[in-house]
Each structure stands twice: as structure tokens, then as C-alpha cells.
Write a protein that binds this ligand. Sequence first.
Ligand code: 5RP
Length: 225
Amino acid sequence: MNQDQLKQDVARAAVEYITPMLEADTIVGVGTGSTANYFIDFLAEKKGLFDGTVASSEASAERLKSHGIPVYDLNAVDGIRVYVDGADETNPLLQLIKGGGAALTREKIVAACSEEFVCIADESKWVEVLGNFPLPVEVIPMARSYVAREIVKLGGDPVYREGVTTDNGNVILDVHNMQIAKPLALEDAINNITGVVTNGLFAARPADVLLLGTAEGVKTIKSKV
Ligand code: 5RP
């Protein structure tokens, strides 16, 4: 089974997982990326069973609207019942690296506001130790070089993601060559560098549930944190 099929399988499983939560006033948080795109397409079949969505990127908002699914500004809703999004890596504690699609800041905000965070990923994203995937960091443009030098002091190898501007008007540094033994501490340390908006480690707010697509089927893994 190829990776794309696994992404579709977990997206479909996520819609089934959240269906019992869907009521007239339910707000669903929707992530960004190719797996999240499948989720949006399958969620369209449930349109009308819930109030609407908050999107973690302009791209996802556009896709939701193209299906006729309402999209709200986060400030216009009281809370988010469940947030569904992909990841670039997950460890067994369901701590994640996200931001491959440059949407990490809005993803982190939506995750923070959500009662439950359901991560959907194919098995290639499962790792024992985070860090093979370069860690994205969103940075205020004028601070780019300063932040890069500070990240080098932390042991990373930052690379400017050229040609990419985030939905918030900022730039991305991808930090290579870090084996992240202490995700919570590193998330904090990078976020404390002046000029960093946020980084793509989701350790302080990991996923609550992981739907992992494998050749043997979709596995449901609950957070032990
Ligand atoms: C976007 C993300 C995505 O969730 C992550 O990059 C996974 O993407 P995909 O589902 O395309 O593999 O964090 O910022």
C-alpha cells in the first residue's frame, strides 16, 4: 500500500472518529497539508451535521469553503471541540514535529484552543526520537540572521526556507541535524529566542490521539502524557 493510500485511510478514520462529536454547535479545527486535505474532502460528507470549522491556514480555509463548509475566525468562536491535523514526525508520546507546510504557528494556536487533538499520519512519520525531519521555526523577517546564530549555539543547523512567506508574513528556518532527546526543553529554548514566533515542536501540547496508517490498517494510539 502506498503512502498516499495510507493518508486517505487515516483521513477517513478521523472523520469516523469525530462523527459522534458532531452536533449543531460543534466547531472542528482543521489542519494543513496533504493528509489534512483528504480529511477536508471526507469531512464534506458530514456538512450540515455540525456548525463549522476553524482552519490552520489560508489554503485549508479555501479548500473548506470550496466544499461549502463554513470557516470561522478563531476569535468568533467559543472553543474548538476537536482538532484534526497531520504531522511530519511523531514519537511514542505523541509529541510532534509540524510545519512542513509552514503553517506551524496557526496550527499551534488551534491545537492550544482545542479540547482534543487528533493527529493523522502514515507510518513513515513514526520515530523513536524526533529530529530526522528538519525542525521548522517561524521567525520575524528582520530577526532571521540573529535567530539562526542563536540556534547554532543550541546545536542545530538552520537553513532559510527560500521563497516561503507564512500566512502571518514571516519566514521559516528549518533546523537540521538535531536529535531531540528533550522535546519540551528544546521547544522552550527555541521559543525564548527573541524574534522567534514559534517552532514546530508540539511537546507542551502533544496530540491526544494518533490515527496511524499502516499496511495492517489504521492503529489508534492514545497519549500516555
Ligand atoms: C503543515 C504541517 C503538516 O501537518 C505536515 O507537514 C504533514 O503534511 P502531510 O500531511 O502533507 O504529510 O505541519 O504545516
